[in-house]
Each structure stands twice: as C-alpha cells, then as structure tokens.
Write a protein that binds this ligand. Sequence first.
Ligand SMILES: [Zn+2]
Length: 200
Amino acid sequence: MAIVREIVVPAKEGRGLHMKAGQLLDIVDLDGQQVGDLVAWRRDDPSEYMSPTHTVSCNTSIMLRKGSRLFTNHRNPIFSIVRDDVERHDIIVPCCDHERFAHDFGIHDHPHCLGNLIQARDLLGEKVELHGEWAWNVFMHNHVTPEGKVVTDAAVHPAGSTITLRAEMDAVVLLSACPQDLTPCNAFNPTPMKLVLRDA
Ligand SMILES: [Zn+2]
C-alpha cells in the first residue's frame, strides 16, 4: 500500500492532513506512552464533524477497538478502525485546553491540545472553529470505576504502537500530541507522534 504522506507531530504540537474516502491513516506513537487528541470533519461540509458522543451512541459502547467505527454529528461513519495495537482510548473527556491548566493547576501558559489543534488547523489553511468536545483521545488510558469515576491511568503501550483508520468520507484530520505532563496521561513525558497517510 503506497505511502502518500508522512508527517511527524512534534511533542506538544499539532499537525493535520486531508484524507480521501478509502485512504488509510496510521497514527504512530514513536516513543510510547503518548496520547494523541484527534478531531476531524467532512471536507466539503465542516458543519458535519466527528462526534465522540454520537460515536458512543452509535456503537452503544465507550470502548472502541478494531472493527469499531467513528461517527459524525449526523451519525454517518467517518472512520473505521482497521488496526488497533492498544485498544485503550478515551471517548468521554474533552481535549485539554487553557482552562484545564488554569483552573486545575494554576498555570496560565501551559501548552494544551486545543491550542495544538488550532496550530494544525492554521498550518493546513482551514477556517473551522474548533471545540474541545470534538476530540477523541487516542491511546488515553482512562477507565470508569463502578461508581462512575473517570480515572486517568498512565498509558503503558510501547514505542511504535499504531492505530489505523480508514476514511469513510473525504475528511480533514488534525492530531495533537498531548502536552499534558502533570498527570499520568502521557507518563509525565510528552513525546512526538507520526501520521502516515496511505492509499488502500
Ligand atoms: Zn491534551
């Protein structure tokens, strides 16, 4: 399968690309224990975007793995998962943002995923207003306790761990290499990731 593009997402930054329906996207954790926050929308109509809450509803599950699909706010599939080395992802919480670090840690100049996604959007020349609740948190090791508490565990997956998404529509895709270094989310050490776009 021919590689169309390879893009390194530097630690604590964001990058993106355009996908055609049927193309494959490998999201690779280069050094291990790193989480990536992904947003996407329909290329010819940005009012239709990947929606974590609709994805939970359509899958009747908060656990995505190989064979699962991700859905838009119009309940159309936007991605199918065709490979998943990790099978631990979070689809409950939004991506980290300025307020997360300001309110919870008293830090006002910490990098955050929403800013990284805006960086990725601007590098692509796209204009869509981004929202943290659009993000699906790839490789994030959250779990829900029987009491309903959402707990962030350290991601334990090794270097080279990959998830592969097949686009089910022409889409714009952005990924943030999450810069969270104050919780176990990225094992306190944010590192780079890689996007590999392939023709099927
Ligand atoms: Zn983050």
